[in-house]
Design a protein around this ligand. Structure first.
Ligand code: NDP
Ligand code: OXD
Length: 319
């Protein structure tokens, strides 16, 4: 019987979660967890598979024989930008728990802004008992940019909460019950949007997309007193100096940001302390490590049986 290739694990996740998940995963083959000092100088030649999240930059020179790469997350920009990227299939992570987590984050933050939670928190800190006029979800149009696996689930759950929901994607994807717009219809989409939710991958086309010119095209006369920007896609798609300008000059009323141009966010970033901004540390939809390894095992089994891989990335499109 032919030897089963080991699997390289190079995941910048919570280390204890990776170690715990490896106790039961990949029972029939060796795993090389690069976070483990025992593998520091390990020869990685002749290895077929690697599971990666923000991997070490010299990985591909150390492991020159990889046959399939697995992203530890739904996004793949962290792999596609690595030096020496081999021309082999790249599989991303699609998973029910990840999708659910993202929709939780999106719905929760849309509700926080709808229900003026930052103002109530500030009032509570001052022990101030005062009610505010309350718009309804149905008065607000949430515009979701990106209608992939995550965007489609988010728009459906936002609808359930009563928001008026529209969506935008490159191909103008159809989603039942939701009005959608194609790539060339962005201005029409923005003009209707009170809360803009970014769920786009980072590609050459989406880099720097969320800028002042775009924010100025958002609907201005909605019941929230100004548009709100939420981003859980990638920080490289936003221009942070423009977000700050927009928050200062009233182009934006508020924001929720899970992703940043540079992560971790610097301790002296103004975003930490702005009263109308919620910051979360790129955790909107963290990967469940056990589910990730089960997905990788399934894909390796398919690959070795000569079946097509699932969740394959289109390297040319970049997602
Ligand atoms: P998908 O690949 O399933 O969907 C991507 C969507 O973006 C598609 O609708 C696609 O359009 C659209 N799109 C891509 N490029 C453009 C463009 N230039 N103009 C307009 N639309 C575009 O991705 P997922 O939904 O699974 O994930 C989206 C992103 O979310 C990931 O790439 C990742 O960056 C981010 N993410 C963030 C997490 C977090 O914790 N903050 C967790 C997980 C993911 P079309 O349908 O026409 O192809
Ligand atoms: C992902 C992420 O891409 O966590 O899955 O950002």
């Amino acid at each position: 019987m032919s030897r089963k290739s080991p699997v390289i694990i190079d995941l910048k996740f919570i280390p204890e979660e990776v170690t715990a998940a490896l106790q039961t995963a990949f029972a029939d083959r060796e795993t090389i967890n690069l976070a483990d000092p025992e593998h520091a100088g390990r020869d990685l030649t002749g290895i077929d598979y690697a599971v990666l999240w923000k991997p070490t930059r010299d990985l591909f020179s150390r492991a020159p024989d990889l046959k399939v790469l697995f992203s530890g997350g739904a996004g793949v920009d962290h792999v596609l930008t690595l030096p020496g990227l081999p021309d082999v299939p790249l599989v991303r992570f699609i998973d029910r728990s990840l999708t659910t987590r993202m929709s939780e984050w999106v719905v929760m933050h849309c509700l926080l802004h709808l229900r003026q939670h930052a103002t109530y928190e500030a009032q509570a800190a001052r022990r101030e008992w005062r009610d505010l006029s309350q718009p309804e979800a149905a008065d607000i149009t949430v515009g979701v940019m990106g209608l992939g696996v995550l965007g489609q689930d988010a728009v459906t759950k936002l609808r359930v909460m009563g928001f008026n929901v529209i969506g935008w994607s490159r191909s103008g994807k159809t989603v039942a019950g939701i009005e959608t717009f194609g790539g060339g219809e962005m201005d029409d989409f923005l003009a209707r949007t009170d809360m803009l939710v970014g769920l786009l991958p980072l590609t050459a086309e989406t880099r720097g997309l969320y800028n002042l010119a775009l924010f100025r095209k958002l609907k201005r006369n909605g019941p929230l007193g100004g548009p709100v920007f939420l981003n859980a896609g990638r920080g490289g798609s936003q221009v942070e100096t423009d977000i700050l300008t927009a928050l200062q000059d009233g182009t934006l009323k508020a924001a929720s940001l899970d992703v940043f141009e540079t992560e971790p966010l610097a301790a002296d970033s103004p975003f930490w302390t702005l009263p109308n901004v919620y910051v979360t540390p790129h955790v909107a939809a963290s990967s469940d490590v056990k589910a990730l390894f089960a997905h990788v095992e399934r894909q390796i089994a398919r690959h070795e049986a000569g079946e097509p891989l699932e969740a394959l990335v289109d390297r040319k499109a970049g997602y």
